[in-house]
Design a protein around this ligand. Structure first.
Ligand SMILES: *Cc1c(COP(=O)(O)O)cnc(C)c1O
Length: 464
């Protein structure tokens, strides 16, 4: 590995970072004080920082480095494509080979009649495309009043104006005047936090039927689409009860509403199939893709569209596109990434070997005094931290206090686990081995032990 070692000392880098770099989803002054870790290189599932720590990356970067770090093939393909054709647009009666080949490959991999691809640069702008796409679809079908999109509270669909409007994060809506008009929300299928006295099965049905109630409230003739992540990621790796998705599928079919599966995290092997829709057994009309599409080596995203939708859309001029839609270098890198996933049998290995192994170890963490539920699907998993698992209690302290304490212990123990409120989540590279899973679990358990001790010492183990 070519490692750049002639960088300035860590403190100097941190000072420069805090002087000039505004970080996403961060409180800049607090970050400057706590000092960001400077990540300098990575290989497989291991990160290295500027102080020489070796950190196991339980989050695959940001849910995206599915094949693991350090795959030179992708760098070589990018270099070759840059020399051959670094850029050309696809707007004005031109196309190029990487975009053609990637679209063809995605049509092959995607289930059912999802056969046509509109490219974007990431997941947020792909969801912006989806808003315009479904509204244009209905307008072209002579039903322009069908412009309402139903989403879910605590969903994450990106950070652009459109993406953040579709998402159900109230903290995001609170900044910048969101959501845009025409987006409606129903509650999430989060049994642990919101299920009350219902069984998970009853609760799954209740939450799915909120969709039907919302459609009736708005008027079925006004609803264009329902968007959801097959398994909520950024909201806290929330695995819906088994009853949820079949009921949602029944409802969207009954009212002829387009189903958009946001596969940005669930896609490309994360759940043990190519797409999360296959894992939860749904047939979407549109899939949003990004992240694992290129394993994060280069930005690219898109929308895979069914024949039914494409047929209507193809009959008009769609006044929409990004300069870098189908960027040749990004497409070439994504193709190489998909080749590696496919030829190395990464998804089969996840499904048959590493995910079952991780499941066993992860579910055993539910024995920990701080852990309520331990949920896992494929290579995405979560733990609910609680002061009292028998009542599914929340902490008396402000939400996120326990999560942050645990995350800080993870940092200290050289494991990246993220906290979402008081849930701890992982989404490691699909390339993680069973030996590495052992290390990840040992460090996670040690961090939970230390967080428990700290919460006890600070008198924070009280239920709220
Ligand atoms: C990350 C994410 C997005 C946004 O993707 P960006 O590439 O950050 O724009 C959209 N949807 C889901 C489900 C995501 O996890």
């Amino acid at each position: 590995m070519n490692v750049i070692t002639n960088y300035p000392p860590t403190a100097e880098l941190q000072a420069l970072d805090s002087a000039h770099h505004l970080h996403p989803f961060s409180h800049a002054n607090a970050l400057a004080e706590s000092k960001p870790r400077v990540i300098t290189s990575a290989k497989g599932v291991w990160l290295k920082d500027s102080d020489g720590h070796e950190i196991i990356d339980g989050m695959a970067g940001l849910w995206c480095v599915n094949i693991g770090y350090g795959r030179d093939e992708l760098a070589e393909v990018a270099a070759r494509q840059m020399k051959e054709l670094p850029f050309y647009n696809t707007f004005f009666k031109t196309t190029h080979i990487p975009a053609i080949m990637l679209a063809k490959k995605l049509a092959e991999l995607a289930p059912g009649d999802l056969n046509q691809v509109f490219f974007a640069n990431g997941g947020s702008d792909a969801n912006d495309t989806n808003i315009r796409l479904v509204r244009t679809y209905w307008a072209e079908k002579g039903e322009p009043q069908r412009d309402v999109i139903i989403s879910r509270w605590n969903a994450y669909h990106g950070s652009t104006i459109g993406g953040a409007s579709l998402g159900g994060m109230k903290g995001m809506h609170g900044q910048g005047g969101l959501p845009i008009p025409g987006i409606e929300f129903i509650d999430q299928p989060h049994w642990w936090a919101e299920g009350g006295d219902m069984t998970p099965e009853e609760f799954g049905l209740e939450r799915a039927r909120q969709l039907e109630a919302k459609i009736k409230e708005i008027g079925p003739e006004r609803v264009a689409a329902f968007i959801a992540e097959p398994i909520q990621g950024a909201g806290g790796v929330i695995v819906p009860p088994e009853t949820y998705w079949p009921e949602i599928q029944r409802i969207v079919k009954k009212y002829d509403i387009l189903l958009i599966a946001d596969e940005v995290i669930c896609g490309f092997g994360r759940t043990g199939n190519w797409f999360g829709s296959q894992t939860v057994g749904i047939s979407p009309d549109i899939m949003t893709i990004a992240k694992g599409l290129s394993s994060g080596y280069i930005p690219i995203g898109g929308s895979i569209v069914s024949d039914r939708v494409a047929e209507v859309l193809r009959d008009t001029e769609f006044n929409h596109g990004y300069t870098y839609s189908g960027h040749p270098v990004a497409c070439a890198v994504a193709l190489e990434n998909l080749r590696i996933i496919e030829e190395e049998g990464m998804i089969e290995n996840v499904r048959d070997v590493t995910a079952p192994y991780l499941r066993e170890k992860w579910e055993a963490l539910a024995d920990h005094p701080l852990v309520g539920e331990a949920k896992i699907v494929g290579m995405m998993a979560s733990l609910a931290l609680t002061p009292d698992k028998s009542t599914r209690a929340v902490f008396a302290a402000e939400t996120g206090t326990a999560g942050f304490i645990c995350r800080d212990r993870c940092f200290a123990n050289n494991i990246i686990m993220r906290s979402v409120g008081d849930r701890m989540i992982i989404s490691p590279p699909l390339s993680i081995t069973c030996d590495e899973i052992d290390i990840l679990i040992a460090r996670a358990r040690k961090s939970l032990d230390e967080a428990y001790e700290k919460l006890k010492a600070d008198d924070l183990l009280k239920a709220g």
